[in-house]
Design a protein. Sequence first.
Length: 216
Amino acid sequence: IKDQSKVTVVYSGLDLSRFSASKNKGILHTEYNLKNHIKIVANVSAIAPHKDYKTFVLAAKQFLKDNKDVKFFIIGDGPSKTQIEKFISENNMNEHIILTGFRTDIADILPEIDVFLITSKTEGLGTTVLDAIANKIPVVATAAGGIPEMIRDEETGLICDTGDYKILSKNVQRMISDKRLQNKVIENAYQLVNKEFTKEITANKTLEIYKAILSI
């Protein structure tokens, strides 16, 4: 778009009330027979090429070289599922990465996640990140699409270049081990969502644009 003055961004908005009663019910630990001390690192999304789940697998593999009490979850389904299952097997990660398939209880299982790991190579906004933030889950992410507009490094999460599985692994380790960092990014991210990414803000900003165009 040549004339940037004509461009206005209105972010997708989140219905925060959807998660107002969310609490950790231990569903995944029970379903997959995990001991209570096992932490969960997960992503919730369609298993599609742009989500770059190969980088997710490599980050998990790198992380598990020095850390054992963590299980990685890929929550969702999609066209790349068979390919990712094969890649997991080729990297001997079957015991460490669980693919849950499509689930309808996302609001119930999100509070159980210790770190939300999104490794996309392209994104629009990446609204699943907003769901994680609403559940006060610390986020480790790649700088794809609109993700950096939600995840600001060291402030609302940890972020790195796309495809950099080694840094992603280090960032997951930092987020798990550094409680102070974890608390800081959770609080900052939650405040950011309330200021910029609610459904009410989306509606009001959209209305403002219509009024401006129609000179109301």
